[in-house]
Ligand binder design. Sequence first.
Ligand SMILES: C[S@@+](CC[C@H](N)C(=O)[O-])C[C@H]1O[C@@H](n2cnc3c(N)ncnc32)[C@H](O)[C@@H]1O
Length: 338
Amino acid sequence: MSGWGSGYVTDVTYLTGYFRHQSPSLLSAACLLGSVERSLPAHDEPISYLELGCGRGFTSLLLAASNPSWTVTAIDFNPAHVATARAWATKARLDNIRILEADISTLAEDPAAAEVPEADFVSMHGVWSWVPPSVQDGIVRLLRQKVKAGGAVHVSYNALPAWGPALGMQRIVREGGKRLAARSDKQAAEGLKLVQELRGADAYQLVRSVWLKSLIERAAELPTSYLAHEYMNDFWAPCFHADVAKALAAAKLEWVASVNLAENFPELTVSPEQRAVLQRLDDPLLRELAKDMCLNRSLRHDVFVTADARRSPARSVADTEHLAKRIAERSGNARRKC
Ligand SMILES: C[S@@+](CC[C@H](N)C(=O)[O-])C[C@H]1O[C@@H](n2cnc3c(N)ncnc32)[C@H](O)[C@@H]1O
């Protein structure tokens, strides 16, 4: 690991992928489910989209390529990521995307921030729970400056309490790996070997959860560069939803809904008994905490909006169930018509 990453892995590049949760269409659909008026973005609208911690920029590049009227800005501090993203943008002859090399912990105070346009949509995938608090604070200051009134912000993060059973596993991967004087992907593989050995010896903390068992099994099949970015960062820390909401409140952003759309319908995700408890909870943050106790949401995808965007109170469980019923009835009618 280098000295400039503030504890984030910089010696191995991240994987390439398109992540649909970052798409403005899905964010707008989530906003609608959370009672925030928002029409689905048309491809010929002049939308400004900003991605923070874009890696090799594949999601931003695809969004720019398929929506020529949008202005896309993608930011990462790793020069290797930025170089790849820029090369792909040139190869695809995209003129509606800018890829900036910048550290988001200090960008808000940097003159380079003037190059970042205000955004209708901001997305951070795989960033929040992997970076130190100083970077999270920098993100909040940047969001305060750059999110347009009525704008929406997507943030994904490893969530508590679901990640609880795997805290020890992550620590063993990192501590075991760090003892090896090698690149962080090799360190991650070494650390995982130690986890597997301990699991083979029935270490209580590694065998007690079915989810953790499958996490360890899946990890063995994943590229080691992914494992490095997932497990080798010094400040990785899963978070409670309420704490992310509290941090983003400093940028006057309010939580609206999950970008995993089905999660907004308790009827589809929790038992009738659990629903009865959730129904009594008016405070959306307490309701989400209670829901996180019922589900195994280890990676949350949340959408937040600027405080002025919410013109009606947050949807209650009863409202959501009513909406689910209407959608089910309509799709039943549509099926009957076919
Ligand atoms: C797990 S990767 C996710 C990349 C991309 N969002 C994706 O899902 O493919 C996290 C990214 O955040 C970037 N990053 C970490 N700390 C940063 C900082 N302080 N400033 C800018 N980028 C940062 C890393 O270089 C890395 O590309």
